[in-house]
Design a protein around this ligand. Structure first.
Ligand code: OKS
Ligand code: ZN
Length: 385
């Protein structure tokens, strides 16, 4: 397997409101540091990328397929506008003041983007955990680029990549299987929909991977094609953004196992099944799990989720992989331990061994356990069918 990393993902360091206090965001660059150090210590080879201006422009083009143009313009430019207007200092973060009124009869047919740069922060976000600081955009576009590049690497023979980085990256015999590329994305993506940042997410990296896969397949076919794709979201939190982006898309099956009644609070129920087009009904599968659930309870839902994916028969799999399901996580409450991630990964791999996959990092906040949990996941994945 190939593991992609970009040091630019460490640059974003925003502030968030927790209760009434403004503090450094729980989603920190140390998360990536801990994972890369653990990988290097265990002799995994990281492919460390640095995106060129052309890479960034291409990534933005892919992101525009699922995100509003003005939204992305806001995320990339808000900090410098606020800085020149004297609203923030260089070390401070852009955060919302006022949100649209979604159920107001007097703002029908729906709120429009406000002209005021101060007000736009609320129009383009749904919470106070997605601040924009001076270097946020550098990390956001680097993170999305890793997702797009992971998809490209799926299509490159792994022995060529091995030659390029001067090491063997695939165990003998693994070429027959569906290839796997892992991307150390940061910031994460699954809460971000077409035009709202939230839950530390600004570009939906899973959506970027789906769009990139469609682009590669369409290019290879010489015409637009829409292959069947599955997104399996194993982060503790419901991926409301990914759900919304693909809700009416019959080709993309979204399956999520997540904490019931937890952040982002307003989505993730079993009743959200996709649609309104008849073909898309059943292509969104939410599997919420009670507070304190054990790994065996988790595994029952994983088995159910995998059945839906196998039935969908995808040509490509995206895994939104969060480690905030870990028993000590401050933002989760499941009773899952380090060795369980090996079982989790092997179970997925056993069911979908022939399907090429990209694994994208989402959440996980116990920094010193992230590396070990990530290694357990990789070990389990490699031991699968
Ligand atoms: C409370 C925390 C807001 C974000 C929580 C969820 C982040 C995450 N201010 N999503 O997958 O890990
Ligand atoms: Zn999460």
């Amino acid at each position: 397997m190939i593991i992609l990393h970009d040091p630019d993902t460490l640059r974003h360091e925003a502030a968030e409101f927790v209760g009434a206090k403004l503090t450094p965001a729980v989603e920190s660059p140390d998360r990536i540091r801990n994972i890369t150090e653990a990988l290097i210590a265990s002799n995994y080879k990281l492919l460390s990328l640095s995106s060129t201006e052309e890479d960034k422009a291409q990534t933005l083009e892919i992101a525009h397929l699922t995100h509003d143009k003005q939204y992305l313009h806001h995320v990339s430019s808000a900090h410098s506008l606020w800085l020149s207007a004297g609203i923030v200092g260089p070390q401070e973060s852009v955060l919302p003041e006022c949100f649209p009124f979604p159920h107001s009869v007097t703002s029908q047919p729906g709120p429009r983007p406000p002209k005021d740069v101060f007000a736009r922060a609320g129009y383009y976000a749904f919470d106070l955990s997605s601040g924009i600081m001076q270097e946020s955009w550098t990390s956001i576009i680097a993170s999305a680029h890793l997702a797009a590049r992971a998809v490209e690497m799926i299509h490159v023979p792994h022995d060529q990549v091995a030659d390029a980085i001067g090491t063997s990256i695939a165990p003998p015999g693994s070429q027959a299987k569906g290839k796997t590329v892992i991307a150390l994305c940061r910031p994460p993506g699954h809460h971000c929909d077409g035009r709202r940042a939230g839950g530390y997410c600004y570009i939906n990296n899973a959506a970027v991977a789906v769009s990139a896969f469609r682009a590669v397949q369409s290019q290879a076919s010489g015409q637009p094609v829409s292959p069947k794709i599955a997104v399996l979201d194993l982060d503790f939190h419901h991926g409301n953004g990914t759900q919304e982006i693909f809700y009416n898309d019959p080709d993309v099956l979204y399956v999520s196992i997540h904490g019931e009644d937890e952040f982002p609070y307003y989505t993730g129920s079993v009743d959200e099944r996709g649609g309104p087009d008849a073909d898309a009904v059943g292509k969104n599968v939410n599997l919420p799990l009670r507070t304190g659930s054990s790994f065996s309870e988790y595994m029952k839902l994983l088995t159910e989720g995998l059945k839906h994916i196998v039935k969908h028969d995808p040509m490509f799999l995206v895994i939104s992989m969060g480690f905030d399901t870990f028993r000590l996580d401050p933002l989760g409450n499941f009773a899952i331990d380090t060795e369980d991630y090996a079982v989790m990964a092997r179970t997925v791999r056993d069911q979908l061994a022939d399907v090429p996959a990209v694994v994208l990092l989402e959440g996980g906040y116990v920094v010193e356990h992230l590396g070990p949990n990530f290694l357990a996941f990789l070990g389990g994945w490699d031991s699968g069918a």
